[in-house]
Design a protein around this ligand. Structure first.
Ligand code: ATP
Ligand code: MG
Ligand code: MG
Ligand code: MG
Length: 482
């Protein structure tokens, strides 16, 4: 199945279960002071869960454009280095607003994955909430019972509050969640792990694909939980990850979602994807960031020096610098990838096609502007790093960092990234002081993100540790056997 068929199949499946299919909300959030970007499918339904607006349709499904680059969900540093976290991604979701609950949510998820998409059962794991005695919350035995109809015991794992209990905020709807993980390891690799089931969920090739959240409690202001009068279901499945498992790949970037862009980019750079680790990371970063930037502009957010606009500018400059350093581009190149992206995704996302010219033009201008100072800035940074190393230091001073930021337009996270690549760090406190000092005369105040209005889903503590790291293979999962 190609990715467009995969998306359509999801939506058709839930349409068949009497869900109303709704369009994606914009990725740029304009009317919520606490959230800059949509970071989960449920954002647009916040008021329904809070009971602030009437429920017109009890069952809804969609594919939501999400961006996780700020606030509580910030995956930026993972992107390109691992193969399944993106800045911009699509989250497929189905919702029940006071209608069906765990039984249907779990059995439909299974039906879709196994019977419709044809995924092999023996590679599927589910996690359920282990319970929290101190709060008087039981293990989610209900979810366990439903999973038990489909999965053997050793494929159902217990997860803690961090991974398997979702809260909207300090107060409000909350409840256990159940994640579905898929094992991408090849057979030989799996055979070696006989009797070591605990290593499953949490291994870097056992990937979380779908999160089913069951809202059944209300957290009161005094911290106590009471049952919700109406129970809700909120699910989110990473579309690109689903494409990876269905297309039999071990990396989202090997699917037809990213390959066309990567192949175009490789041809432009005169390189072959898959031959050189650093160039590969750069190609993944650029293929990812292109989408984040293009979709943001299509949604009306241009790169700028403040807030959401600065986040987009930072993403763009990060991509430019990867292309410059690892692929040898010193002329605008990202703008040349827009046309292909629009051809590929314009039918599903007409806003992309409608804004194609603007997107291309804005990216081209941004790229040229940054490329004008990039070379000088990088030379300067090389000099600073060499000098610091000579002096036996491992830190780039606040004033050097500030010069790069202020004069050469290097976002601080880019300076940190280059520093890390050279085994160094940046004196962030001193940088902040310099920034403070200049604040009045410089309008370049870094966009400081407010927190999201909610913790949409618990943020995973697990970190990608690298393919060649032995640790990844022997790491004991944070999930336990039932
Ligand atoms: P992970 O633990 O892999 O970071 P998550 O638990 O943060 O994922 P959720 O908040 O549960 O993710 O979101 C629902 C689904 O969206 C996940 O199961 C995953 O398939 C997908 N997803 C989450 N973050 C990303 C991302 N940065 N890029 C691509 N897909 C993602
Ligand atoms: Mg999750
Ligand atoms: Mg996450
Ligand atoms: Mg997770």
């Amino acid at each position: 199945m190609d990715s467009n068929q995969i998306r359509t199949t999801f939506l058709e499946f839930f349409k068949g279960k009497e869900h109303l299919i709704v369009p994606s909300a914009p990725m740029i959030v304009k009317n919520d002071p606490t959230l800059m970007f949509t970071n989960a499918g449920m954002n647009q339904f916040k008021d329904l869960f809070l009971g602030n607006s009437p429920v017109r349709h009890k069952r809804v499904a969609d594919s939501q454009k999400c961006l996780r680059v700020s606030g509580k969900h910030n995956d930026l540093e993972e992107v390109g280095h691992d193969t399944y976290h993106h800045t911009m991604f699509e989250m497929l979701g189905n919702w029940s607003f006071g209608d069906y609950f765990k039984k249907e949510a779990i059995s439909w998820a299974w039906e879709l994955l196994v019977e419709v998409y044809g995924l092999p059962k023996d590679r599927i794991y589910a996690t359920i909430f282990e319970g929290s005695p101190e709060e008087g919350i039981d293990r989610d035995n209900e979810a366990y019972t439903y999973w038990k109809q489909f999965l053997p015991e050793d494929h159902i794992l217990l997860g803690n509050k961090h991974d398997n209990f979702w809260e909207m905020g300090d107060t409000g709807p909350c409840g256990p969640c159940s994640e579905i993980h898929f094992d991408l390891r090849d057979d030989a690799e799996r055979a070696k792990l006989d009797g070591r089931e605990l290593v499953n969920a949490g291994h870097h090739l056992v990937i979380e694909i779908w999160n089913l959240v069951f809202m059944q409690f209300n957290r009161k202001a005094n911290g106590q939980l009471e049952p919700l009068p109406a129970q809700h279901v909120d699910t989110g499945m990473g579309f690109e990850r689903l494409c990876m498992v269905l297309q039999g790949k071990q990396s989202n970037y090997d699917t037809d979602v990213f390959q066309p862009t990567i192949q175009r980019l490789a041809a432009m750079a005169g390189k072959t994807y898959g031959k050189d680790a650093k160039a590969d990371i750069a190609m993944r970063v650029i293929a990812d960031h292109l989408r984040a930037i293009a979709f943001s502009i299509a949604d009306g957010q241009l790169p700028s020096n403040v807030k959401a606009g600065y986040v987009i500018r930072r993403i763009l400059r990060r991509a430019v610098r990867y292309g410059y350093t690892y692929l040898g581009f010193n002329e605008p190149f990202i703008c040349k990838l827009v046309e292909g992206l629009v051809q590929q995704m314009g039918d599903q996302f007409p806003e992309l096609r409608a804004q194609q010219d603007l997107i291309t033009k804005v990216i081209a201008e941004e790229e040229s502007a940054f490329l004008r100072t990039l070379a000088t800035g990088i030379n300067l940074m090389d000099g600073v790093i060499a000098k610091a190393k000579e002096a036996g230091k491992d830190t780039i001073s606040g004033s050097d960092a500030f010069l790069l930021y202020d004069t050469y337009g290097f976002p601080i996270d880019l300076i940190e990234l280059i520093a890390h690549e050279n085994g160094m760090k940046v004196d962030g406190d001193a940088f902040s002081k310099e920034l403070q000092k200049q604040k009045e005369r410089s309008r370049n105040a870094a966009a400081v993100d407010t927190d999201d209005w909610v913790e949409l889903f618990p943020i995973s503590e697990s970190k990608f540790v690298g393919y060649d790291s032995l640790e990844a293979d022997v790491r004991i999962s944070r999930y336990r056997r039932v």
